[in-house]
Design a protein around this ligand. Structure first.
Ligand SMILES: NC(=O)c1ccc[n+]([C@@H]2O[C@H](COP(=O)([O-])OP(=O)(O)OC[C@H]3O[C@@H](n4cnc5c(N)ncnc54)[C@H](O)[C@@H]3O)[C@@H](O)[C@H]2O)c1
Ligand SMILES: [Fe+2]
Length: 423
């Protein structure tokens, strides 16, 4: 099989303890009127005041929107853009978890192109470049600081919606692990589970037939050589550091590794895309009101088990990145990858089943049908799925019966043919 490599990324990524102090000069190089988007929690901290001071010290006029709600209700994007319009910002700075970064990215679209977020839902609907965004994550999870997506909650839709376009990739990402020290263990676990799932879903995603149109027609092109490097980097870093960061929030070496893993996971997901664990999490999150990272974390071992027949060498590579012995046979390593992921997530308190998350037993078919509606994610899965196979995964994840997926999965399934992939 010939190699394909596609990678889209910010113009610059500045990573390291203390690097947030470069924010003033990095932003002043892009504009002189900054809209700063954060949430009430971070907006009340001394760290936030220090960052605003750095911007002002660099000659940047600052307008603050410090009301971002988790999972970004779509009305907030409209409100923030309207409030900011008078200040005529020429650069948007997002500071906080994935929610704050996603709001900043979506607001930059509205400030540049007008309209409302629903004008841009889906892939490749942003008509051109947007005003520069500087992103400072305070969680090690979503990778949003480097991805082309903004995820929003729209009360008109059951599942979350996304604006996906290469134009949404922040211009500059400033990744300072010190900003994650305040994350309590549960947030460290859910964000870390999200980042791990980005690495594994991107690494095991569909391989699309190579064509000259692939990189221009799609935001998410599937598994490829360049994102593979970042995907495995994410797995390696997170496997080595998640339990330490969860146990001791002040362990800076662990915080550094987690943030490196999360940003690497963002590179992987931002070009390769994620798959069925993410598709199923959307309706699960809508019904149970549990965090995104917890939902994908619960689902990940089950989805890996379902996809195993199509991805034995990849799962073996995941096991090796997690520290397994290279002497084991490939089939055994594939099993070990799933066991290691399940054990790692259990060690940081991610529940084992969807029942534990409160998903009602009479909504399993509905969950599968809703997941099927996340067509982009479903199409990115290495094994084709329909409502019945999704229901099988949901049922297994609800009852904790991973073995049932092993029995049901049958022989190796090939990658999609050109015709199937064109769906
Ligand atoms: N754009 C993308 O590529 C992408 C990828 C995956 C997920 N997402 C989205 O990102 C959102 C989740 O982001 P998240 O997991 O980073 O959480 P979040 O931004 O939703 O924040 C969750 C809570 O954690 C708090 N928090 C954040 N940083 C903290 C810190 N350092 N110390 C203490 N508390 C802190 C926040 O104030 C908030 O109360 C979801 O909406 C998800 O769908 C986006
Ligand atoms: Fe995610």
């Amino acid at each position: 099989m010939s190699m394909l490599g596609v990678l889209r990324a910010p113009r610059q990524v500045v990573f390291g303890v203390g690097q947030r102090r470069a924010l003033g000069s990095l932003t002043a190089a892009l504009g002189s009127r900054a809209l700063v988007c954060t949430d009430a929690r971070f907006g009340a901290t001394e760290e936030f005041a220090e960052l605003v001071g750095l911007l002002e010290g660099a000659g940047v006029r600052v307008t603050v929107f410090a009301e971002v709600l988790a999972d970004v209700p779509v009305h907030q994007v409209i409100e923030c853009a309207a409030l900011a319009a008078d200040a005529e910002p020429d650069v948007v700075v997002g500071m906080g978890g994935g929610s704050c970064l996603d709001l900043a990215k979506a607001v930059a679209v509205l400030l540049t192109h007008g309209g409302v977020p629903s004008d841009y839902y889906g892939e490749c609907r942003v008509p051109g470049p947007v005003m520069p965004v500087v992103a400072l994550p305070t969680t090690a999870g979503t990778g949003s600081e480097v991805t082309p997506v903004a995820v929003l909650t729209d009360p008109e839709r059951v599942s979350k919606v996304g604006i996906s376009s290469p134009h949404l990739i922040p211009h500059t990402a400033v990744c300072d692990p010190e900003l994650t020290v305040g994350c309590p263990p549960a947030l460290t676990a859910s964000a870390g589970a999200d980042a791990l799932s980005h690495g594994i879903e991107a690494f095991t995603a569909i391989r699309r037939p190579v064509s000259a149109e692939l990189a221009t027609e799609r935001v998410f092109v599937g598994k490829n050589t360049l994102t593979d490097t970042y995907a495995l980097m994410a797995v390696r870093q997170i496997a080595g550091a998640l339990v330490r960061a969860w146990t001791d929030p002040t362990d800076m070496a662990a915080r550094e590794a987690m943030m490196l893993g999360a940003t690497a996971g963002g590179f992987a997901l931002g070009t390769a895309g994620t798959a069925v664990a993410h598709a199923i999490q959307y309706p699960v999150g809508a019904l149970t009101h549990t965090p995104h990272g917890v939902g994908v974390g619960v689902l990940l071992p089950y989805v890996m088990e379902f996809n195993r027949p199509a991805r034995v060498p990849e799962l073996a590579a995941v096991a090796l990145a997690m520290g397994a012995s290279p002497d084991a046979a490939e089939e055994d390593l594939a099993d070990e990858a799933i066991d290691r992921v399940a054990a790692l997530l259990a060690a940081v308190g991610i529940p084992a089943t969807l029942a534990d998350l409160g998903l009602p037993a009479d909504r399993l078919r509905w969950t599968a049908e809703q997941a099927l509606g996340a067509a982009r994610l479903v199409a990115n899965n290495p094994r084709p799925v329909d409502a019945d196979s999704l229901e099988r995964i949901v049922r297994a994840a609800h009852s904790g019966d991973r073995a049932s997926l092993r029995q049901a999965s049958g022989p190796s399934a090939p990658d999609l043919t050109t015709k199937e992939a064109a769906r």
